[in-house]
Structures are given as structure tokens and as C-alpha cells.
Design a protein around this ligand. Sequence first.
Ligand code: V4E
Length: 212
Amino acid sequence: MAISPAVLEVERKFTYKSDVEDVLQALGATLQGQLLFRDTYYDTMDLRLTLCDHWLRNRQGSWEFKLPFSPHESGRSSNPVTQYQELTQKKEIIAAVGELLGCTPLSEGMEALVAELGLQAFASYVTDRRSYVVPREGLHVDLDEADFGFAVGEVEKVVATAEEVPEALERINHFCVQLGVTGVKKVPGKMTTYLRQYRPEHYQKLKEAHVL
Ligand code: V4E
């Protein structure tokens, strides 16, 4: 199987105030667009994907699989900057899910894979996202409002190789300081908040496994 070039997402979440868009624009950010999308996340009955910090989702009909790129620096630590690899090719997603679950799926399509492995939807929510780009820094900033009454921002840089990660970290942290985001603690994202509110047992297991 031909492997697609890696998409490595280095990102830092932040809480924002009502003047955030003025601040972003003053820092050279420009609004790229606004999008409404539904994410539905899937896992095995015994939560073998998310307990390993692997996140399979359907976003408006497209499948995506987020997995730790550097486990020691990822969700398992209190570092506010996370690093995940994102797969979007169904063959790569099926192979990666099979590898994690220790099986060789027969399915060639994602809906068939969900049925074959008995995956269940465990979270589904709509996000209203305003996306900014910061061309000078090569950064992307999303301001998300989820339909369960939770808002969070995210500064992100997508890189292709591990060698580019340190510079991405530096740019993100520098931009966050300019944005007034100085806390060193990880800010809860939409999923953390959703699970705490609606799936407390799942949330507790992920806390105990140090995934969240
Ligand atoms: C990786 C992950 C999850 C999957 C959802 O990732 P997230 O970036 O939070 O969602 P979203 O909608 O902003 O996706 P994007 O459009 O940026 O791809 S759910 C939980 N995790 C792990 C995780 C973690 N441990 N800590 C933090 C701060 N974020 C995520």
C-alpha cells in the first residue's frame, strides 16, 4: 500500500474572551471562513481505540483517524501542546485500526468496517467554527462553538516530518503569548467536556488511563 505523506498536527487549545477576534486581527490573522459540521466518534464496546488515545470520527461524511504521533508528548502528558497524526485515506485508516485491534479487517469501506468490528458511536456533536490564518507564522487558528454549550480555541500548525515539530512548537507558544494565552495547563477540548457531561463512565476510564 502506498503511504500518503504524513499529516502531523501540532496544536494548542485555549479559552477565549469576546474580544478574541479583534486581538487575532491585530496580530495579522485573517478570517478564512466559517463552517458548521457534525463529528460522530466511534469505538469498540470495550473502548480499545480511545483508551489508546486513538480517535476515529466521521466528519460530515468523511472519515478521519487521529492517533498519537509522539505518545510521550501527546495527550498522555499535561503539556498544553498536543501532537497527533491524522489519517484520511480509508485504506490507511482500516489498516491502522486493524493493527491497533490486532486483526486484519476484510472490509474495504468504512461503514463495512464499523459493522465488521462492531464499532459504536459514543459521541456526536455539531461545531460552529470560525477559522483564521496567520500567514506570517504559517499558523491556523480555529474558534469553535459546540452545540452543547462549550467554546474553545485552537492554534495549529500542520507539518510533514518530525524534524519540523520543534519549530512548530516554538511558533505556537510564541503566538499564544502574543494572544495572551500564558497558562501552562492543558485546556479541556470539546471531547473532554462532552464525555464529562454525557459519558461520565467513559470519561473516568480515559482519566484513569491518562488519555485525557
Ligand atoms: C485527539 C483527541 C480527540 C479527537 C478530537 O481532537 P480535537 O483536536 O480535540 O478536535 P477538533 O474538533 O478540534 O478537531 P480538528 O478539526 O482540530 O482535527 S478527543 C481527545 N483527544 C486527545 C486530546 C487531549 N488528550 N488533549 C487535548 C488538549 N486535546 C485533545
